[in-house]
Design a protein. Structure first.
Lengths: 592, 160
């Protein structure tokens, strides 16, 4: 007689879940289960994408019924164990409602179509068996039975374009590398997700590393490569950890190594950890970094597909591009190309963050409008204040104003707005975000990350940043805007690589759509969002109850007043750190 | 003094044995040194150049190019405050300022008792939980500039 199969408890342990406290929840459940051995099996998975309700725990009953709990802490987890695991009664108030229209979790999940994220948050990323049980590595077998050219044709026919940002046709890149004659060829997986505000690739690597490895194996077969590198940024320790596990499992199962699946195809993969340089996301800089040099871009041609890593033909593709490949091979190019718009096929993963109610990882068919993503899936503004814009494409991209939220997710349609598809960061901004400050933020980033090779990028971005600093500190002059526009043109034309060429984009798009904010900063010395410190002043209103809470948090003791009377801020001394405003329970502190 | 020198020599040899001496291994070697020591000790770097296929100029060129590498020791709890886009608009500057006040150090410095060092990083990829900071391999999200003292003591408790 066998014991009844116990409950399964699955805790989401992606980086974001851990940051929200999922490890404590995991430990608590583990501790509680010690006293009731055999009641439940404890498992882990990665990010399911619903970052807005982390930590997330899924409970599967012996009869297969699934309940997903959100926003758990140790206390709530203990209640779930007591009532659901031991008592058999799901705890309705903590569970996420994924089935009734009207619930947030339903609105977030329903419009999504998961191809890249098919296994994320579903399988245990540290188990190759779990991946294979979902059909993993079948596509590799299918591909190996095809002519290598047929594999390339299939990926070309699918219409898959590079998900790293620029949108070059993946199949065409493979074909160019395949046509280059050489004894050795390389594949590099670009996992140097450097755009601040983007975390799609991290989630895929943490949640489904085998799909990326399988994609690389198929690519290697298609173009005749023997060796692959995964270049992953050092800020993603969990992703690197899980990749290492996945690679060793794939070697044990002989998906990697000599004569894979009994064929003549041999392929190996190593991980290269980045060392903190944004420019290494650029192909030729990445190659230099893998070769052990300073990551500085080179002139193209020759393109990497002709002469890349160690001088050999090399195809560099992004994590998300690779994760699409096994799905395309298994389901057919036609099925993939039936999704999306005329020139942008398949789905796109976005990292939705900022002033949004439901932030997280979303995968939508190409052609979905920005409005659908921001309002339907994301639930609109999290602050109650109207949304102003979204930023796409990080430091190379731009801001799209709310008036253009009807635009569709499509490479060309987005480029026409001045922004770019980018790798998938989508940052939502409301009225409390200053657009000049956002432009300054990105420019500061590119200026710091410029490798210094091209004069226009190295010095041009510095001069431009100085002007923006002048404007945000209230010293802007009337012709500053014209100077910026002139400089922008020169930086784009005079830079060798994408970093420099696109560096002015955040400034140009904010100037295009939010010019009046620049003018206000310059002419009226006013920051309407209340962000630029030299242009604002904190003031205590009549609503002050004289509780003294602000006095205690003020780091420079600039607030005075006797108990139960309206307090006063010494405007001369105030350093505008904003801690008093955060602390005040009566909303009695305003920004002027 | 002499024993330190011997250790440096042994360690350099050990690293070359582990990684090989090709230039391709330069960055992994530096990463390993930093993992062991928390920074790149100069005597060890110089010792390495004599043994490997890269010159001192090449080594220092690479070590100064990448922001990960540092030439001074870090605190026992290295704090990396994310100043990526999402964290920036969620108030990362206020977090950095609060930490500077609390620890009485500036970004790039280590506290006098050697407990904490403070750095900023471009993006940790936990944007939905902004503002975020990372201590070693673990991210802490939804930071509140008014609760920095509590956050710091939580960090010291956890790691000791």
């Amino acid at each position: 007689m066998s014991a009844p199969s116990p409950y399964k408890i699955i805790v989401g342990l992606g980086s974001c879940g851990i940051a929200a406290g999922a490890k404590n929840v995991y430990r608590k459940i583990e501790e509680l289960l010690v006293s009731t051995p055999g009641a439940a099996e404890l498992h882990t998975t990665s990010c399911i994408g619903m970052c807005f309700c982390e930590p997330i725990v899924e409970v599967i009953a012996p009869n297969g019924a699934r309940v997903i709990y959100g926003e758990l802490d140790e206390k709530k987890a203990a209640i779930v164990v007591e009532k659901h695991i031991l008592g058999g009664e799901p705890v309705g108030e903590y569970s996420l409602d994924l089935t009734s229209p009207g619930s947030g979790a339903y609105a977030f999940s329903k419009p999504q179509k998961k191809i890249v994220l098919r296994n994320c948050g579903v399988i245990d990323p540290e188990s190759i068996e779990a991946y294979m049980a979902k059909g993993g590595y079948k596509a590799l077998g299918t591909a190996l039975k095809m002519e290598s050219k047929a594999v390339i044709d299939s990926v070309k026919a699918s219409g898959l374009r590079g998900r790293g940002g620029a949108g070059f046709t993946t199949g065409l890149k493979w074909q160019l590398a395949a046509e280059s004659q050489a004894a050795e060829k390389y594949i590099i997986c670009n996992a140097d997700e450097g755009d601040p505000g983007a975390f799609m690739d991290r989630s895929v690597l943490e949640g489904d590393p085998h799909s990326v490895i399988e994609g690389m194996l198929i690519a290697g077969y298609a173009m005749g490569a023997t060796k692959g590198y995964i270049y992953c940024r050092a800020e993603y320790p969990l992703a690197i950890h899980r990749l290492k596990i996945a690679l060793s499992q794939a070697r044990d199962k002989r998906f990697l190594g000599e004569n894979i699946l009994g064929s003549k195809y041999s392929f190996s993969i190593s991980i290269k950890e980045g060392a903190g340089a944004f420019v290494c996301g650029e192909e030729t800089a990445m190659i230099a970094s893998i070769e052990g040099r300073r990551g500085m871009p080179k002139r193209r041609p020759p393109f990497p597909t002709q002469a890349g890593l160690f001088g050999h033909p090399t195809s560099i593709n992004n994590v998300e591009s690779f994760a699409n490949v096994p799905w395309i091979i298994e389901n057919g190019a036609e099925k993939f190309s039936s999704i999306g718009t005329e020139k942008s096929k398949g789905t796109k993963v976005f990292a939705l963050a900022g002033k949004i109610s439901r932030g997280g990882l979303v995968e939508v068919p190409m052609g979905t409008t920005i409005k659908e993503i921001v309002e339907d899936i994301g639930g609109g503004s999290s602050t109650g204040k109207p949304l102003k814009a979204i930023q796409m494409g990080g430091p190379s991209g731009g801001c799209i104003p709310a008036s253009l939220f009807h635009k569709r997710i499509d490479y060309d349609e987005l480029t026409a707005t001045g922004a770019i598809m980018g790798s998938g960061g989508m940052l939502v901004m409301d009225e409390t975000t200053c657009m000049v400050d956002v432009a300054k933020f990105f420019l500061k980033f590119t200026q710091e990350e410029s490798c210094g090779k091209c004069t226009f990028c190295r010095i041009g971005t510095k001069r431009m940043l100085e002007i923006l600093e002048r404007i945000t500190s209230g010293h802007g002059t009337a012709d500053d805007v014209t100077i910026i526009e002139n400089l922008a043109g020169m930086i784009s034309k005079g830079s060798l690589c994408g970093l420099g060429q696109t560096a002015p984009n955040p400034v140009l798009t904010t100037l295009k759509y939010f010019r009046e904010e620049y003018i206000e900063h310059i002419a009226q010395k006013k920051c309407r969002a209340g962000v630029c410190k030299p242009l604002i002043r904190f003031n205590i209103t009549e609503d002050c109850t004289g509780c003294g809470a602000c006095v205690r948090v003020c780091p420079i003791k600039a607030i005075t007043g006797s108990k139960k009377t309206v307090h006063v801020i010494d405007a001369q001394a105030c350093i505008k750190c904003g801690r008093c405003k955060l602390k005040c329970a009566f909303e009695a502190i305003e920004i002027q | 003094m002499s024993s330190l020198k011997l250790d440096t020599k042994t360690e350099a040899n050990d690293l070359i044995k582990l990684f090989g001496k090709s230039k391709e291994q330069l960055i992994p070697i530096l990463q390993e040194i930093q993992k062991r020591h928390g920074y790149l000790p100069e005597p060890l770097l110089k010792e390495l150049c004599g043994l490997a296929d890269f010159s001192e100029a090449e080594l220092f060129g690479v070590a100064t190019f990448y922001s990960q590498f540092r030439f001074t020791p870090r605190g026992r709890h290295p704090l990396k405050v994310c100043t990526g886009t999402a964290c920036h608009i969620a108030g990362a500057t206020a977090i950095v300022e609060a930490l500077q006040d609390e620890l009485q150090i500036k970004v790039g410095e280590t506290s006098q008792d050697g407990e904490f060092s403070l750095e900023t990083v471009a993006c940790l990829g936990c944007c939905s939980l902004a503002p975020v900071l990372m201590v070693r391999d673990e991210a802490i999200g939804q930071l509140d500039p008014l609760q920095m003292k509590k956050t710091l003591s939580r960090i010291t408790e956890q790691k000791t």
